[in-house]
Design a protein around this ligand. Structure first.
Ligand SMILES: [Cu+2]
Length: 442
């Protein structure tokens, strides 16, 4: 290497490191800005429920204390780097490796007892204080404070995660030794201002239930039932997402909790407890019902309509709530016990269950809340008008696409491994009548 080409090389190295720094800055900036989305549905800093407020009231002061420490440490490091920086050797200085000179090397201190004890004890005490408060808050996140004037003070909801959607089984009187009273999917409807006991579990792999504006995360593990609490201070629709990687379509396993006025909640409950009346030849959606029975009921349930031979005696029984079992059944999940159809015999669906479609048209979203059923579901829910959505406002297109080819509509399902809904190869005419039928299920 000749001295000739040294200078330009150094120059370009400088430019390169400056470019790298610029790139890094831009990247950090982009990540920081991504947090500023004004309509971010998963807002961890905007609590709307009692438990989320407990968490927020704790992390805010911790954040400020940590901020002060951060600034103090960075200021000290900055000051020392500047004060004790290496300066160019002057004429006559003895120069050692690394451009150090005798004169400029600062006096070295070794072992300052008071300082060392100080910077060991201070963080220790700080962490103990934070730890004590943390444990206190974490252990309180599943404590229910029953509202004395609530219509269903003992209500418990079993939340069942599976690939890639959520099921909610309501035990209205809190008696979990009997099958549930209501079964819903993707959206958990609750009365506003009331702490509700939920129990979180799974039918297949580990998931995690999280509605950031209402409470922290709770793991949903197969064979285990984890108590948790959900409460909302205001009427509205609160977004959540599965936060435990649970397979390729994990990112599309979302859900909502919808808080309603108690009177609306009771209307909803009454509606959910009414089975469908089977349609007969000549009825408007009879064709759709026929397509449904032929293609869908091996996985999906519509109370009042679908049936299967659950006890294997050759005569099919009408599908009813008994098939969902008790809470204890989920604590002792053995393959097949809670299968809702013939799935396991046919090697179909690892979870052994698909969303209950009895009242499909009363949801605002479906398929792991990946699709919305109405154009303005969020606004409608916030306004408290959830139950009076006009049927003509449905989004048909997404639903038709889902029925045409579900794995293509919601990415990363693995139907070949019995995960998610398969493509069923229906004709366009069948898709059309099925869509009409599903949207009539109130
Ligand atoms: Cu999941």
């Amino acid at each position: 290497m000749t001295p000739h080409n040294r200078a330009p090389e150094e120059g370009s190295a400088n430019v390169r490191s400056r470019n790298r720094l610029l790139m890094l800055g831009l990247l950090v900036g982009a990540f920081a800005l991504a947090g500023c989305a004004s309509d971010a549905p998963l807002d961890t800093l905007d609590p709307a429920g009692s438990k989320a407020e407990d968490i927020d009231n704790f992390i805010t002061p911790v954040f400020y204390v940590a901020g002060v420490i951060l600034v103090a440490v960075f200021a000290a490091v900055g000051y020392m780097s500047w004060k004790f920086r290496v300066s160019k050797p002057k004429e006559g200085d003895t120069v050692y490796a690394g451009d150090y000179t005798d004169e400029e090397f600062p006096a070295q201190t070794h072992g300052h007892f008071a300082l060392e004890i100080g910077w060991t004890i201070a963080p220790f005490l700080l962490l103990v204080v934070i730890g004590v408060f943390s444990v206190n808050i974490i252990t309180g996140l599943d404590d229910v404070e029953a509202s004395p004037d609530a219509a269903y003070p003992d209500m418990e909801i079993l939340v069942v995660g599976q690939q890639w959607w959520w099921e909610y089984q309501y035990h209205l009187d809190g008696n979990t030794d009997t099958p549930p009273d209501v079964v819903a999917a993707n959206e958990m409807i609750i009365p506003v201002d009331q702490e509700i006991r939920i129990q979180v579990t799974s039918r297949d792999v580990i998931h995690s239930f999280w509605i950031p504006r209402l409470n922290g995360k709770k793991d949903a593990a197969p064979g285990r039932v984890h108590p948790w609490v959900i409460q909302a201070n205001e009427v509205g629709r609160f977004a959540g997402t599965c936060t435990e990687f649970c397979g390729l379509s994990h990112a599309y396993m979302r859900m909502y909790t919808v808080a309603m006025e108690e009177s609306d909640f009771e209307t909803w409950l009454a509606q959910q407890q009414t089975p469908q009346t089977p349609l007969v030849e000549g009825d408007r959606n009879f064709k759709g019902q026929e397509v449904f029975v032929a293609n869908c009921q091996r996985c999906h349930v519509v109370f009042g309509l679908t049936e299967r031979d659950r006890d294997g005696d050759g005569t099919p029984e009408m599908d009813d709530l008994a098939m969902y079992g008790t809470l204890e059944d989920y604590r002792d999940l053995t393959d097949g016990t809670l299968s809702q159809g013939k799935h396991l015999e046919e090697g179909n669906l690892t979870a052994g269950a698909a969303p209950n479609l009895t009242h499909f048209a009363t949801r605002s979203s479906y398929a792991g809340s990946f699709f919305q059923l109405y154009p303005d579901a969020q606004e409608t829910a916030e306004a408290g008008d959830y139950l009076s959505l006009p049927g003509s406002d449905y989004f048909r297109g997404d639903l038709e696409a889902w029925l045409r080819n579900a794995p293509a509509a919601k990415p990363n399902a693995q139907p070949e491994q019995n995960r998610g809904m398969p493509a069923l190869g229906l004709s366009e005419a069948d898709i059309d009548s099925l869509t009409d039928y599903l949207l009539s299920l109130h």
